[in-house]
Design a protein around this ligand. Sequence first.
Ligand code: ZN
Length: 192
Amino acid sequence: MSRLPSRERLAADRGQPEVEIRRSAKRRKTISARWEGDMVVLLAPAGMTTSVARDYLRRLLPKLLAERSARREDPRRTDAYLEERAAHVARSYLDDRVKPVSIGWVTNQNTRWGSTTPATGKVRISHHLWSAPEYVVDYVIHHELCHLVEASHNARFRKLEALFPHAGQAKAFLEGMVFERNRLEDTNADPA
Ligand SMILES: [Zn+2]
């Protein structure tokens, strides 16, 4: 059996980005893709053939391209940004114990800043926070991550929530947003 190259450049299809497959023996099954400049880097297990990698790429490319165009407009409007923030918040304030199964922006959430389904581990953040400062987004994410540990706003929840250091400022900012836009019916600025 011939050994597959650890790095393999694929010729770019018309209008498509250049792709490099990087194979690593450390990867067992997982495959992932990311941008490096204008090139897509596909991180793959050592044994993955070029044609299987191409199949993955065909499936991953639409999302990658959408992410890139959103990022060019505003890097924060991507789910990848929320994933980064969630990892940062968990590491900084929750002993890295909490990780959502998924976290993403939603545009159909007008009365709550964030929402969580503890049973599935999915977190949704309202696009009304696109223009909010980062610590405010972090505050809402922190609140939602606490819901992955404790579903209701009980004493244990409040204890976890209090680990976020800039809550007072963040709440004031959210209250200001509500006041200014008069957009939310519930004037309680707590995330849901
Ligand atoms: Zn809540």
